[in-house]
Design a protein. Sequence first.
Length: 121
Amino acid sequence: MTTEGKVLALLNAVQDERGIQPTTQFYPRWPSEVALCRAIEQHEAFRQEVSDALLEYYGGYHNASGEPLERFIILAPKADPLVEVIAECDDGTWETKAEYAEKFRAALAARGLEIREKNDG
């Protein structure tokens, strides 16, 4: 969740407690809203720093060992290979759809991936 999403969720929780309609979008206008964004960003950075230190202490791996400190380890989400392939192929140049498809297939193949039809078997 983005910082703005976290701020919006927190603001809506407080508004709900006070019987105020929830907000659907967040645009920081007031200094207190900007300060809340910064506080959340600083908190997230500290959490990541603690997580990185624990991973370093445990030798760079995490195996859900039941250690009391493991709840402070933030595991990075696994990268989506499809997003990586799209980012690699989308270099800002204009080409035909067939040329783009060829670049796409080549980027998939370089990762050991392929597009194929499902067997409805």
